[in-house]
Design a protein around this ligand. Structure first.
Ligand code: PLP
Length: 460
């Protein structure tokens, strides 16, 4: 039988002689053979639910491989069966997704939440503890507290932004000898940009394993994307993306992805087939197109964000700015930042003096930057985490995590940075002088006081 997809020949090879091609050079061709699609330079959208088998024997062989009933023979590839199991757009997308993170395998999903939910359900069992960093994206937090918890899995949160050494003993006590099925880290955290040291947590988590079960360390890398952070290099088992964000990059698709070794990804892929949480062919195609410009977009956004963060830090109505590019040497996570992150990304959170009324006045005055949730798209977006993405959290927890009433999150786009700043400037001016006086008071008092406990909530 002729292979239906290239074995990465000619221009699709990952090397020219001994020269290894960079991911951005491979994004336009890797995994796709035009000769299999009438010479089309771009992969078509395989908008089909099912695939015709050449013979009954071929269909049988495809099912044997899909069901894991036998190992493939040398040169034998998994055949196309049904688009809930596999589809050319998804397979090519998954091949390309592995390139930036240098992962062995990838699985594409129809949303970031589908990727997170499927990965967690593949690895946690009733009676387990699910250790996670705090804060998390509001939807993930809800899934842990209200869905997973109802299946007898106990979420145990620990704080982002503080080195593990400061709370490891307390965390161990709260796990209390129970099995940890999975550890889910979001770093940097949405919306505060607080970091978690992936290597430290992976070492801790893997040390909790038993000979037959080892906690799977999952890192939601949505905020920095594969350009600015590669969790697998730091000991993570799975890296998860809301591909709705930077991977998609144009605010026109909802999607997710999970990457890791073939062995760790296998239970996730299997569960995806039965939950039906895979991405559609059109979603796969849209992401293939987006990945071609990932580096350009993310680099332009990051450069803009640096200017935006500096501008905000100098504005009298702003009391604090949380941007990784401004991480100070005295910050407890400075060393983690230097070791773990390849760039500061383009998410900037800042506190407007005057709480919710001032934050709302600012958001309502924006003219170029859109008032919308989500992030990572080409256009700049601003939102109010306390009443929008993280509104489900109890007030006390929100405040402890730094998600205050005056906090605004901006996802910086690819517009000219001077235009973004002009818009932010006029919107901050609209907040008024009361906020500026209050900001001066808050800045003076900023160094006083510290949280009583580093733990966010006792959800055991
Ligand atoms: N993870 C993070 C960090 C997010 O910000 C989001 C959504 O905003 C998600 C996961 C969920 O992704 P999706 O909306 O694609 O389901």
């Amino acid at each position: 039988m002729t292979p239906r997809r290239p074995q990465h020949r000619g221009h699709k090879e990952r090397k020219i002689g001994n020269h290894v091609l960079k991911p951005e050079s491979q994004m336009m061709g890797y995994g796709y053979d035009p000769q299999l699609s009438e010479g089309a330079i771009k992969c078509p959208i395989f908008q089909t639910s099912t695939f015709v088998f050449e013979t009954a024997e071929a269909g049988k062989a495809f099912f044997e491989l899909a069901n894991g009933q036998r190992e493939p023979q040398p040169g034998e590839q998994a055949g196309l069966i049904y688009s809930r199991l596999n589809n050319p757009d998804l397979e090519i997308l998954e091949d390309r997704l592995t390139l930036w993170d240098e992962a062995e395998a990838a699985a594409a999903f129809d949303s970031g939440m589908a990727a997170i939910a499927t990965s967690l359900l593949a690895y946690v069992r009733p009676g387990d503890v699910l250790v996670h960093s705090d804060p998390l994206y509001g939807g993930t937090e809800y899934f842990l507290e209200h869905v997973v918890a109802e299946f007898g899995v106990a979420p145990v949160g620990f704080p982002a932004g503080v080195p593990l050494a400061g709370f490891e003993g307390e965390l161990r006590e709260r796990i209390a000898g129970r099995h940890v099925g999975a550890v889910l880290i979001e770093t940097p955290a949405n919306p505060t940009n607080a970091l978690v040291d992936i290597a430290d947590v992976a070492r801790f988590a893997h040390g909790l394993g038993t000979p037959d079960r080892r906690p799977v360390v999952m890192v939601d890398n949505t905020f920095l994307g594969p350009l600015w952070q590669r969790p697998l290099e730091h000991g993570a088992d799975l890296v998860i993306y809301s591909a709705t964000k930077f991977l998609g990059g144009h605010s026109d698709v909802i999607a997710g992805a999970v990457l890791g070794s073939r062995a760790v990804l296998e239970p996730v892929r299997r569960l995806r087939s039965f939950l039906g949480t895979m991405a559609s062919p059109l979603t796969g195609w849209l992401l293939l197109r987006s990945l071609e410009t990932l580096k350009m977009r993310m680099t332009a956004q990051m450069k803009n964000a640096r200017y935006v963060a500096d501008f905000l830090a100098g504005h009298p109505a702003v009391t604090s700015v949380q941007y990784l590019g401004r991480t100070h040497e005295k910050d407890p996570m400075y060393r983690t930042y230097r070791r773990q992150c390849l760039g500061p990304g383009s998410l900037v959170s800042f506190e407007v003096a005057g709480g919710e009324p001032a934050a709302f006045r600012f958001l309502n005055a924006l003219k170029l930057v859109h008032l919308a949730v989500s992030l990572g798209g080409t256009e700049s977006l601003a939102e109010h985490p306390a009443t929008m993405t993280h509104a489900d959290l109890p007030l006390e927890e929100r405040e402890r995590m730094g998600i205050t009433a005056g906090l605004v999150r901006v996802s910086v786009g690819v517009e000219h940075y001077e235009d973004i700043i002009a818009d932010l400037q006029q919107a901050l001016d609209a907040v008024g002088s009361d906020a500026e006086a209050s900001a001066r008071r808050l800045r003076r008092g900023a160094l006083k006081g510290a949280p009583a406990s580093v733990f966010q909530h006792g959800s055991v």
